[in-house]
Design a protein around this ligand. Structure first.
Ligand SMILES: [Zn+2]
Ligand SMILES: [Zn+2]
Length: 163
């Protein structure tokens, strides 16, 4: 059984409404997510190290390619259940885009934390592990047990955030 930590928002304290770092990054990743062009689930990702944002990503088609929102999505057409047959969709996952964006600019994300609006799938989990990500903070659920098993096996800290 994968070990997941749970974290709840402080709800702001009496003296100030200043958000904690986690609240701050979670709010930003929600904004990142709003740029997604996926027909089924909008996801945002944010890679942070030493309280600095290194990279962002949302799910959508690769640069220069048409979005699912323009040409349709085969997974949508075939009614593929959530979490299955990722290869049928032209979209790049939010976490994959955030990792690719770091590579594009030559930014090391080793030792970083990735904030994601949903629990990462196994493909993204594998990439995050090998890119040197040490901690994952996510909000929504996603049906992928292998992902959680691998993250735990690799010693990644997995934190589930809730409002
Ligand atoms: Zn698609
Ligand atoms: Zn994924």
């Amino acid at each position: 059984m994968p070990e997941i930590e749970f974290m709840q928002t402080s709800g702001g304290n009496v003296m100030s409404d200043r958000p904690t770092w986690d609240e701050y990054f979670i709010k930003i990743v929600e904004l990142v997510k709003s740029r997604s062009t996926c027909l089924r689930r909008q996801v945002g990702a944010l890679i942070v190290k030493d309280k600095r944002i290194l990279s962002t990503g949302y799910n959508g088609a690769p640069s220069g390619c048409k979005h699912c929102s323009e040409v349709g999505c085969l997974r949508e057409k075939l009614n593929v259940p959530s979490g299955e047959r990722h290869e049928l969709c032209r979209g790049v996952h939010a976490e994959q885009n955030a990792i690719a964006q770091a590579a594009y600019s030559g930014t090391s994300i080793r030792g970083g934390t990735i904030y994601v609006t949903d629990q990462p799938c196994v493909l993204c989990a594998k990439l995050a592990i090998n890119a040197g990500i040490e901690k994952i903070v996510f909000k929504g659920d996603y049906p992928d047990k292998l992902s959680m098993d691998l993250l735990q096996e690799a010693g990644i800290r997995v934190v589930k955030y809730s409002d």
